[in-house]
Design a protein around this ligand. Structure first.
Ligand code: GLN
Length: 252
């Protein structure tokens, strides 16, 4: 089964190892017996490219790149919002996460509009507030058996309209704003998060969740798939990944 992975703005929104998420999705999807295709979608690609994707990833960046992408999202944003509302699984890290809310106010006071897919807003730290930097450990009801780890580095503080929509609870680190111990957002099949790291190789359960949702959606909606027998994904042994994660958690 072909899985079209859309990698949004790889040339602009890609920091602190975010591309490792694409490597992981591609690798694990292959191990599961799928046929993943990575599609880079940036400023020069047509706006409706997003509509053809089964799974979407967009990474973080600094404010300068966010201003450039902001212009392009004035056109592509409605396609992205539709994909999210239609349940296309996606992962949006840091700067990308900020874009999906109502707005992001930069440190210099400039407002970057969001596409309004998630009910949240982000404001950069006031003068003198430290950036939120360091390793982070979180727990999420979606993955009750594990703690997830990552690395965060952001000036923006994100506030959710409804804290119950948070992706996770912060055990160590800052998360959304360093105050309410929420981390990220989970909406339909999309995750917004501050976890770089990159997050997926460190937490393969999340990678598999996204891939499985993409497969489920294709099968349920029969989007270009002919399948006359139950589709069974191959299991992957995560012993080494889990060991690495436990090691990090113990250190923190
Ligand atoms: N520019 C944003 C901030 O500092 C996002 C940073 C990032 O994506 N790492 O809040």
């Amino acid at each position: 089964m072909k899985i079209n992975i859309g990698w949004l703005y790889p040339d602009l929104m890609n920091t602190y190892g975010d591309r490792g998420n694409i490597i992981t999705l591609n690798y694990r999807a292959k191990m599961m017996g799928l046929d993943p295709i990575v599609n880079k979608i940036s400023i020069n690609e047509p706006e409706d490219s997003i509509s053809k994707m089964d799974l979407i990833f967009m990474g973080g960046a600094q404010d300068t790149q966010q201003e450039i992408v902001n212009e392009d999202l004035k056109i592509k944003g409605s396609f992205l919002k539709k994909a999210i509302n239609d349940g296309v699984p996606g992962l949006y890290v840091c700067g990308a996460y900020q874009f999906l809310g109502k707005y992001y106010r930069e440190a210099n006071g400039k407002i970057i509009d969001g596409i309004g897919a998630f009910d949240l807003y982000t404001e950069s730290s006031k003068f003198g507030d430290p950036r939120c930097i360091g390793n982070i450990v979180i727990e999420s009801k979606l993955f009750p058996k594990i703690k997830l780890v990552g690395f965060e580095n952001h000036g923006g503080r994100t506030y959710l309209a409804d804290k119950n929509c948070a992706f996770a609870h912060v055990i160590k680190g800052y998360g959304n704003n360093g105050e309410d111990r929420t981390e990220g957002i989970f909406y339909k099949n999309s995750f917004g998060t501050y976890l770089h790291g990159p997050i997926l190789p460190k937490n393969p359960e999340l990678a598999d969740y996204l891939i499985k949702k993409a497969v489920e959606r294709k099968l349920v909606q029969n989007v270009g798939v002919k399948c006359d027998r139950p589709f069974k994904l191959k299991n992957i042994d995560n012993k080494l990944e889990n060991k690495a994660r436990e090691f990090v958690i113990d250190k923190l």
